[in-house]
Structure formats: C-alpha cells, structure tokens
Design a protein around this ligand. Structure first.
Ligand SMILES: *Cc1c(COP(=O)(O)O)cnc(C)c1O
Length: 430
C-alpha cells in the first residue's frame, strides 16, 4: 500500500498542529501507524491522498449512518450555502429540525442545538446542576462524554486508548464533583446514589457504551438506573451522541424502552456537519436562558448549513424499515464474524447492539471498563494493520466500535468477512 502523499502531509501537519491531528485518536498511535489523509468518500468507501480505496467502518466515528456524500445531504447543504452560511439570528430550519427531534426522541419535549457532542453534555450537566441546585455528577468508568473538565475522569475513547488517567489542566476542585463508578454494576450504583443523593445533581450514561468498545447494558441495568434516579430526585441524562438515531429513530431510549430526563445528541443529527443537541423534559429545559437563568449560548449554534444537513439526514432515517434493514444486515454480519472467530481458534468476544459492534480479542465476557481493558491490544493492532493493508478501514483502537452503515453493500461486507478470516488466522500466530 502506497502512502507517500499521506506521509508528506502528516510531516507538514505535525509542524503546525499538535500531533498532526485535530483529535487525538486520529493519530493512530495505539495501532502503530501514521494516519492516512482522506481526500473523498462515497457510500461506504473512502479514498486517501495516495489513491488507496478503503471500505470504511469508522464512519466519521458515527455520523455517516447513510454513507459518505449522500446525494440528498449534499444537495441540501449546497442549496443552504447559496442562501448564506450564518446570520446569528433565528432561521426556519432550526424550527423544522427541532420539531423532528421532539417528534422522534421520547424524552425530548424541548431541544437546544449546539455545535458538538461535547457542548451538549457539558450544557446538560450545567442544566442538571442549575435545576437541582446540587453539584455532584455520577458517570461510569470507560464512558466518554466529550472533553469538558467534569468528564475527564476515567473516561473512554482517546483518553482510554492513550492511557491518560485524567488530564493535566483539569483542576482537582472540578474533578472532586465527579464520581465515576463501574458500568453494569447495580450494587455499586445503588449504594452510591443512596449514600450521596443529597449531593448528586445527575447521572450521565451512554445507554450502550461505545467508547470502551461496544459494551451493552445488562438486562435491567437501565431500568434500575431509571427508577433509582426518579426516586432520589436525581436527573438522569442519556448521552446518546452515538446511539441517538443509530439504534432506532428514537435512539437507545426507544430501543430499550427507558426514558431519561435529559438526552444529549450529536454525530448523526448533523448528517456529517458539526451539530450537537441537548433536550428533555420541558420543566427542566425551561431553566435554560433566556427562559431561565442557566446560561448557554453559541454564535454558530443552529447554523443553517448544519440544520439543512440534519433535516436531510433525518428524512432519510425516518423512512419505514431503515433501521429494521440496517440492524438485520448488521446482525448477519456479526453472526458471520462470530463463525469466523470460532473457526480461526482466536478468542474473540463479539459485543453488538444494532449496527454498533466491537470484537474484543479476549476469552472473557466484556461488560465493563475492567473487562474491556483486559483485551489483547497487540492482537488488535496487528489485525488493524492487516485489514488496512487489504483495504478495510477499522477504528485505530481496540476500544472503539465498528459502525455499519446503510451504505455497506452485502458484497462489501462479504469481502470484509473473507479478509477477517485471513487476518484472524495470522493474529492467531501472535
Ligand atoms: C463523540 C462523543 C461525544 C463528544 O462529541 P464531540 O462531537 O466529539 O464533541 C460525547 N459523548 C459520546 C457518547 C460520544 O461518543
């Protein structure tokens, strides 16, 4: 695989951008590679600066559920751009997308648009604190909620991949209000919430964890979380930045039938443009400025291009059978992977919910941060490099998910399964 052009671009990038990248996992360090610079994408394929073509399972880390450069999204953005790219005043598209989100997501009665998932979670926590008058935040080990100060405690995604326990620059005074507990552990959850309910403003959770690899909630876990928080006057926040519009049109809350008080969205909701959102019960959302005094603002929030892309994306996702078809295709692919793993003799734990999946290189069940961390990252790195050399673009970390999109054709997925079998065999020799 030729990578001269990417190598040259990376050299230039490193001189002017920290690590050469604008988000740390892109640097691909944990798999021992340099990043490829992407020139374009179409459907499930992307092309790098050297003209190599890959079947893409990163999907921009989630947003591209309908594939790259979907004609309806491209056209919506083009049309919006000709009318002007930003006004800093309300536009009709914001109302239209907000109405679609309110209609789609069970918890959301009112919604505020922001520019990223990080902004959504940061604002939702501020709101929960303002609403309850309490300060502590409970999160779960290995969950990632963006990079704002309160969440950089035992966080997932790049923080986990790079082995950074917290982050310098985050004051202890802030971190002392964050309580991080194990995912899927009902006992610790109940004890923590009951002991500290008078301090705890909110619990924030990824209803399917996607940033320590895919880790589904154990049956009943979300239900217990819901009833405890309701009983104890604690705001329950679902961080659905990955799962929103991914597992179903109403997100994980619809998929599992558990409704939080507040919900954060991002990734898919912008159709590939920078959009985040937080919303929930009207009574809580009415505390946001200018109706209430919890302050949150944004010059480019509700940006016309981003709203146009979001509306176009949701129109595609709303079509009957979109999720049935996607989840069915993904389930068949997951079943194929399991068979291959069994045949190859390499222990792989496949965790999957809908179109999100992670194959952990390990023998044991992966149900939380500790069990995820015991997966064999050397094996993953080798698998990653082997698959890349054959034209398959996986996430450059064991602790991320593979995203199946509507654009992946059966033929592409079958090809990837064949390559996986070849790669697992080689991994077995490590
Ligand atoms: C990606 C992600 C975020 C952060 O979103 P950004 O747009 O990267 O700021 C927050 N929560 C979850 C669950 C995510 O996966």
């Amino acid at each position: 695989m030729e990578s001269k052009a990417s190598t040259a671009l990376f050299l230039s990038a490193k001189k002017v951008i920290p690590g050469g990248v604008n988000s740390p996992v892109r640097a691909c360090r944990s798999v021992g590679c340099d990043p490829l610079f992407i020139v374009k994408g179409k459907g499930a394929e992307i092309e790098d600066a050297d003209g190599n073509i890959f079947i893409d399972f990163v999907s921009s880390w989630g947003p591209m559920i309908m594939g790259h450069a979907h004609p309806e999204i491209v056209s919506a953005v083009q049309q919006a751009a000709t009318r002007g790219t930003s006004f800093g005043a309300p536009t009709e598209a914001e109302v239209e997308l907000a109405e679609m989100v309110v209609a789609a997501v069970p918890a959301i009665e009112k919604v505020r648009f922001v520019n990223s998932g990080t902004e959504a979670t940061m604002s939702a926590v501020r709101l929960a604190r303002g609403y309850t008058g309490k300060n502590a935040v409970v999160k779960f080990d290995g969950c990632y909620h963006g990079h704002s100060d309160s969440f950089l405690v035992k966080a997932g995604s790049g923080v986990l991949t790079l082995g950074i326990p917290g982050s310098p620059g985050v004051p202890d005074d802030i971190v002392k209000n964050t309580i991080s507990i194990p995912y899927n552990n009902v006992e610790v959850l109940e004890r923590t919430l009951r002991e500290k309910s008078s301090d705890i403003a909110c619990v924030i959770i990824e209803p399917v964890a996607g940033n320590m690899g895919c880790v589904p909630p154990e049956p009943g876990f979300l239900e217990v979380l819901r009833s405890l928080t309701a009983e104890l006057g604690i705001v329950l926040i679902f961080d659905e930045v990955i799962t929103g519009f991914r597992l179903s049109y109403g997100g994980a809350q619809e998929y599992f039938g558990v409704t939080p008080d507040l919900c954060c969205l991002g990734k898919i909701i912008g159709g590939g443009l920078p959009v985040g959102a937080y919303g929930g019960k009207q009574e809580i959302m009415d505390c946001v400025a200018p109706d209430g005094d919890v302050y949150q603002a944004g010059t480019l929030s509700g940006n016309p291009l981003a709203m146009a892309a979001g509306i176009a994306a949701l129109k595609i996702l709303k079509k009957p059978d979109f999720y049935t078809a996607l989840n069915k295709k993904a389930a068949a692919y997951g079943a194929g992977l399991k068979e291959i793993a069994a045949r190859s003799g390499v222990p792989v734990q496949l965790n999957q919910v809908g179109s999100l999946l992670t194959g952990f290189f390990c023998e044991h069940k992966v149900f939380d941060f500790t069990s995820a961390m015991k997966a064999d990252t050397n094996r993953y790195a080798a698998h990653y490099r082997q698959m890349l050399s054959r034209g398959v673009y996986l996430a450059p970390s064991q602790f991320e998910v593979a995203f199946i999109s509507a654009a992946h054709t059966q033929e592409q997925l079958d090809t990837v399964l064949e390559m996986t079998e070849w790669s697992f065999k080689k991994v077995g020799e490590i």
